[in-house]
Structures are given as structure tokens and as C-alpha cells.
Design a binder for this molecule. Structure first.
Ligand code: HSE
Length: 309
């Protein structure tokens, strides 16, 4: 086999929502992500031929990479198919875009192997079908940064309009994953479907502030804007120790702290690696005392998104 018929790729983990940007904002991480091998074959359809690291279904229509791949094939003139090997490093249900990494990786690699017939925005649409399978809703705030790298804003879902946003050079993320299960579908069901105008005003003020802070590398503005008046007050009750983790992170010098995606992971942003490591130590202490196991990731922003390895 040569590079034209198979691709080995890295697809990054992502933090979605980023406090004030529920379903519209996300960022890709450098230090954690999945590896996949995608092979172009004559046999029609998509087959998951290997899956290591997580206990997930390998039937094509039950696997997010399979479903995203089928969405791409349905829009393509290609007569053959693909085999997918998945080496999962991102834990399913952790809140750092495990399903998005699988579905994004699959469609990105297939597009490369087919000679790039689809735009990045079209690939986001295909990958969103994997998110629909995983959570019941085809949101794009994890798949867009996994594909584009850096921060992305979903300005509109219909029509889909993704806006890449530059990443401040010294911005680091700390993510702690307490080992409890929170299903995205459940943590979406508990949300209210209406918000007050007063909460809306506060939320879009912060979202605008965060985007402006990212563009201008204004760390203080980024920190002031990392506030969620709508989703965090409801979802945080599903995460033991959340308030404590947040307060110790802020005391340790984080710019801001909130729920990563639908949880249970909690993220904090810091200026510089030293601060991010300091925040990690403070976060770990909380779960050590509560007696809940955890994983921690300290990472720069990944600015390239999914790529060949
Ligand atoms: N925006 C989605 C949610 C991300 O919060 O439900 C899920 O990872």
C-alpha cells in the first residue's frame, strides 16, 4: 500500500462551548487525540476493521466514524469503499470530543484519499452526522475545531458558516476528567429550551468579548468573558466537585474555568504552561480529596486540526 490508498492520521480532542458559546464555540487541543488509519478499498461501503482503546461498536451504522463516512459516500461519485482502523486515545463520554475526533478523522482522511472533492464546511456537515448518532443532535462545535484546528465559531447552522478564530500564542488549557459518566444526550435533556432576555444579554456580551479577546490576544478580556449564565448553572450539578475545582483553579491563577463540552471534564485556560500546570495540580487535589479518579491533560491549542502522521 502507498500513501495514495491509505492514510494514518491524528485527530485532536476538543473543548466545546468554552463557557459562553454553547453549541457554537470550540477549540482543538495539541496533546490529546485519536489515531486512525483509513484505507481505500474496492469493496463498496465502510467497514471498521479494528478498534482499540475503547469499548465501542464496530458495526458501521452504530459507529460515529462509520456513519460520518456513509454520509460522505452518499454525496460522492466514488464507487468503492473504505476500511477504518481506530486507535482511541480519547475516552468516550469524557467531554473532550471523543466522537467528534472519530467522525472528523474518518471524513477528512476519505476526502484526502479521494483527491479533496469536498470543502471543509462540507466535511463538517458529514462529521455532524456522527454527532447526531452520539448525542441525538448534529452539533458542530467539536467537529469544526477538530477539522480546522484552533478556535472556531459556528456563526450559523443553516446555512453552515464556520469562522476560524486565531489562538493567542501563550494560551494553554488544563482539562481534568473525573471518572464519572455523564452522557451528552442526558446532559442536553436537562437544559431549558427558553432563556430570559437578561441572560441572553449577559451571554452574548461575553461571547463577543471572548472572540474579541482571542483576536487581540487580550488575556484579561478572555478571562473576564469565560462566564456561562445559561448552561453551566444547570449542568454543573451533574459534576461532583465542580464548584470547588472552579474556585481552586481561579485561585491558582486560571483566566477562567468551566465545563468542557457536556462534561464531566472541566477545563481552565491559563496564560503560559507554568500556570496551566499549577492549575492542574490544584484541580487534582480536589478529586484526590473527594476520592474520584481522574485524567488530566495540559495542552497548547492545536492550530492545524486533523493531520497526517
Ligand atoms: N455543545 C455540545 C453540548 C457539545 O454541550 O451538548 C457536546 O460535546
Amino acid at each position: 500500500m502507498n500513501a495514495t490508498t491509505e492514510l494514518k492520521i491524528f485527530c485532536p480532542a476538543t473543548i466545546a462551548n468554552i463557557s459562553c458559546g454553547f453549541d457554537v464555540l470550540g477549540v482543538a487541543l495539541e496533546s490529546v487525540g485519536d489515531e486512525m488509519l483509513i484505507r481505500k478499498v474496492e469493496q463498496k461501503g465502510i467497514r471498521i476493521t479494528k478498534l482499540t482503546g475503547q469499548n465501542l461498536p464496530t458495526e458501521t451504522h452504530l459507529n460515529v466514524a462509520g456513519v460520518a463516512g456513509l454520509a460522505l459516500l452518499a454525496d460522492s461519485n466514488y464507487e468503492g469503499g473504505f476500511e477504518i482502523e481506530m486507535y482511541k486515545k480519547i475516552k468516550a463520554g469524557s467531554g473532550i470530543g471523543s466522537s467528534a475526533a472519530s467522525s472528523t478523522g474518518a471524513v477528512w482522511a476519505m476526502n484526502e484519499l479521494l483527491g479533496r472533492p469536498f470543502s471543509k464546511t462540507e466535511l463538517v456537515k458529514f462529521a455532524m452526522e456522527g454527532e447526531r448518532l452520539a448525542s441525538g443532535v448534529a452539533h458542530a462545535d467539536n467537529v469544526a475545531p477538530a477539522l480546522f484546528g484552533g478556535f472556531t465559531l459556528v456563526r450559523s447552522y443553516d446555512p453552515l458558516d464556520i469562522v476560524p478564530i486565531p489562538s493567542p500564542k501563550q494560551l494553554w488549557a488544563t482539562v481534568i476528567h473525573p471518572q464519572i459518566e455523564v452522557r451528552t444526550s442526558d446532559s442536553r435533556k436537562i437544559l431549558k429550551t427558553n432563556i430570559t432576555l437578561a441572560d441572553g444579554i449577559k451571554q452574548w456580551g461575553n461571547l463577543g468579548g471572548l472572540v474579541a479577546g482571542l483576536f487581540t490576544e487580550d488575556y484579561s478580556l478572555i478571562g473576564r468573558s469565560l462566564v456561562d449564565h445559561i448552561v453551566e448553572p444547570i449542568r454543573s450539578i451533574l459534576i461532583p466537585g465542580f464548584d470547588k475545582v472552579k474556585s481552586v483553579s481561579m485561585d491558582a491563577g486560571a483566566l477562567g474555568c468551566g465545563i468542557s463540552g457536556s462534561g464531566p471534564s472541566i477545563f481552565a485556560f491559563s496564560k503560559g504552561e507554568e500556570n496551566a500546570l499549577h492549575v492542574a495540580r490544584a484541580m487534582k487535589d480536589v478529586y484526590r480529596k473527594i476520592g474520584i479518579d481522574y485524567d488530566v491533560h495540559v495542552s497548547k491549542v492545536n492550530s492545524t486540526g486533523v493531520h497526517k502522521i
